[in-house]
Design a protein. Sequence first.
Length: 324
Amino acid sequence: MYTAPLGKRPRWWTELPLIAVVYGLYSAGRLLVRGDVQSAVDHGVAILDLEKTFRINIEHSLNRLFTDHSAIGIPADFAYAALHYLLTPALLVWLFRRRPDHYRRMRTWLMISTLIGLIGFTLLPTCPPRLLDPSFGFVDTMRQYSEYGWWGGDASAPRGLGGLTNQYAAMPSLHVGWALWCGVVLWAQGRTIWTKIAGVAYPLLITLVVMGTANHYLLDAVAGAAVMGAGFLLARPALRLAERIRARLVPTAPPVPAETAVAAANVSAGCETSAGTAGTAPSRVRPGAPERLREADASDQIPRQPARGRAGDSRTDGAATAAR
């Protein structure tokens, strides 16, 4: 798995604005790209017909289960309205603090997938099952149980703020996509068996929730998983490209050759240096040093020569003795 380069731990003051910009683009895109309502309805009906052709339209049975049993429908509505916006940021913060070596790729993966999802909302506005004509047999559980939560009948938006969301952004399902991302994080970075079980169970649970609450089709969920797969494959090239751009924009000092570093270390280790100067011999003996140490230093630097007088005397005595 990708690890951040040494010495390049992510900084919160650069990460937070980046995440805010990407999420702002995602939210603005959902608001601006509303598309034609009739074309969105046609796309929704086409998806439902395709599922019926292959007999995979399990949304009807799940929606009936959620609407008939409030003990299932109400918790599902809370999960749909809250977990998407709580667990994903919480795991991002946890990765930033506890797994910084893996944070960059996981963050990049999530951002790229979100932007791809925005392209899907733009090119294929899709009416969710809950907004189809009642003759199709779907019930909006969030409208049915709206008195139990903060939402109204406009998806997961708080009551009275339904106009701030695009209700025809059903394809792909980023609820499922983000849940899959969370599951991978829990499975790959978790240290306990329960964390890994949660990593498997959470995406499956959200997939059932988005269909049972009539907010997405099964193919929306499949498309959400496909978007996350594409984002995963593009994350590593995107990081490499970012590193190249950063290297060109931010000049770095040339590396010091190994031979130069070793030579400088040897010179510094071989002599005493004054403050702020490396590799320079001392100009005088340190004050306060013992006298014997001073003599020893002088004798180390100037080799002793035998006294000529004594040598001459010894040679003269030897010659006189021989003459006798």
